[in-house]
Write a protein that binds this ligand. Structure first.
Ligand SMILES: NC(=O)c1ccc[n+]([C@@H]2O[C@H](COP(=O)([O-])OP(=O)(O)OC[C@H]3O[C@@H](n4cnc5c(N)ncnc54)[C@H](O)[C@@H]3O)[C@@H](O)[C@H]2O)c1
Length: 383
């Protein structure tokens, strides 16, 4: 076995996603397994170079994990020819500028979503990366979740017959910060800092719907800010200028109707933080992050509407759990591995910056739909 090293500049690793999901659960997890087996006798060894604004925070992360390379100077890291990939999990508003520099330096790009705060910016990145002939990928982690992989298995196996509709519920209560600390960073609630649940979640819904059910043809959304005042990391009150709830209806290829509620002002009364119910002519399923339950047409009860009688059966107990039948890896790691294979072996990879731009497009059209009280078609994007 020959060990090949790939050097990855990782910008934003002191943040929630960058640290836990990308550094610890993906890159360091690959190293703990001895590297990525490329199947041709070679093993790929990812070598992270931590990049960020705060030296003490970077050093602390590096020392905690026995890493030796970190820098607060992105330009110098990008000028280093031995660095192959630039990864970005910074706050969204800082992303475009940094990726542009990385493309200009000839690095392959892997980035968190949304790729930009508006469609023009997102398309610009996709075009720049294509013309510079660098490889590029965007995090689309939800389709690698066990629950959604099981849903995909059901779709591929023809379980649903004709799929009619999808109902998604996402969200949980994010504390305001006055009497209990908020569990998400405050920039998410300020539009001027790139926050908002529509720009955050519609990119996810775009690829989930597109990959599992079909392209999104139109969007109609109602977007609002239920909690207008919050308290930041320093305990200071601020105006929550970004939307914290988005109620969207999406028409998909083939006439499927998807309705997805996203909210940081909802208390959870479901089994998982996100759940999708899919109804088809032959059966239905409810998929969450990890589990997936089904009800076949042959096992569908026949309730009769009569408000004078108490329900005599427990409808939720009539669903059947889908078994794992395989081992599921962390979704972020699974996608990183595919991207690293794409870089080193040239294997196909479709979750690129153009796919990322489709997510930004859907968010932009969702916001416009809400502002204008209209439904919008979603045009096909091209470079
Ligand atoms: N794929 C997913 O499921 C998922 C989930 C949450 C967030 N995200 C995305 O990941 C990115 C990071 O989100 P997060 O929740 O980790 O945020 P975070 O606030 O926890 O981390 C942000 C990181 O960016 C750095 N940063 C750079 N410039 C900054 C600036 N001007 N102000 C503040 N911080 C700055 C911070 O130091 C930190 O390392 C966002 O683009 C977000 O949309 C993706």
């Amino acid at each position: 076995m020959t060990r090949r090293t790939v050097r990855i500049a990782m910008n934003g690793v002191t943040g929630r996603m960058g640290y836990r999901q990308h550094l610890v659960r993906s890159i360091l997890a690959i190293r703990e397994e001895g590297g990525l087996d490329l199947g041709d006798g070679d093993v790929l060894w990812p070598e992270p170079v931590l990049v960020g604004r705060r030296e003490h925070a970077l050093r602390e992360v590096a020392e905690r994990h026995g890493l030796t390379e970190w820098s607060t100077d992105l330009d110098t890291v990008l000028a280093d020819d031995s660095v192959d990939i630039y990864f970005d999990s910074q706050v969204t508003s800082a992303r475009v500028e940094a990726i542009k520099k990385a493309v200009a330096a000839g690095k392959h790009i892997y980035t968190e979503k949304p790729t930009a705060t508006d469609l023009e910016g997102a398309l610009d990145l996709a075009r720049l990366a294509e013309s510079a002939d660098v490889k590029h990928g965007v995090v689309q982690d939800k389709i690698f979740l066990p629950g959604l992989l099981k849903l995909k298995r059901l779709i591929d196996g023809g379980f649903f017959g004709q799929i009619l509709s999808v109902r998604g519920e996402f969200g949980y209560w994010v504390f305001e910060g006055d009497w209990q600390e908020p569990q998400r960073p405050s920039w998410n609630y300020r539009a001027e800092d790139g926050g908002g649940i529509t720009v955050d979640m519609f990119p996810h819904w775009e690829y989930v719907l597109h990959e599992l059910f079909g392209k999104v043809n139109s969007v109609s959304a109602h977007v609002t800010t239920h909690i207008p005042r919050r308290w930041d990391e320093q305990g200071k009150p601020y105006a929550a200028t970004a939307d914290d709830s988005a109620y969207g209806i999406f028409e998909l290829e083939g006439g499927i109707v998807a309705q997805i509620n996203s909210s940081w002002a909802v208390r959870v009364n479901r089994d998982e933080l996100v759940e999708f119910q899919v109804d088809g002519t032959h059966g239905s399923a409810v998929a969450g992050l990890r589990s997936c339950r089904v009800q076949h047409r042959s096992a569908t009860p026949k309730p009769v509407w009569n408000p004078d009688l108490a329900a005599t059966e427990s409808f939720r107990d009539q669903w059947q759990e889908i078994p794992d039948n395989t081992e599921f890896d962390n979704g972020f790691k699974a996608q990183w591995e595919l991207f690293l294979r794409h870089i080193t072996l040239g294997e196909p990879y479709r979750w690129d910056l153009l796919a990322g731009a489709r997510g930004v497009q859907l968010a932009e059209l969702g916001l416009k739909s809400s502002e204008q009280g209209r439904r919008f078609d979603v045009p096909e994007l091209s470079l």
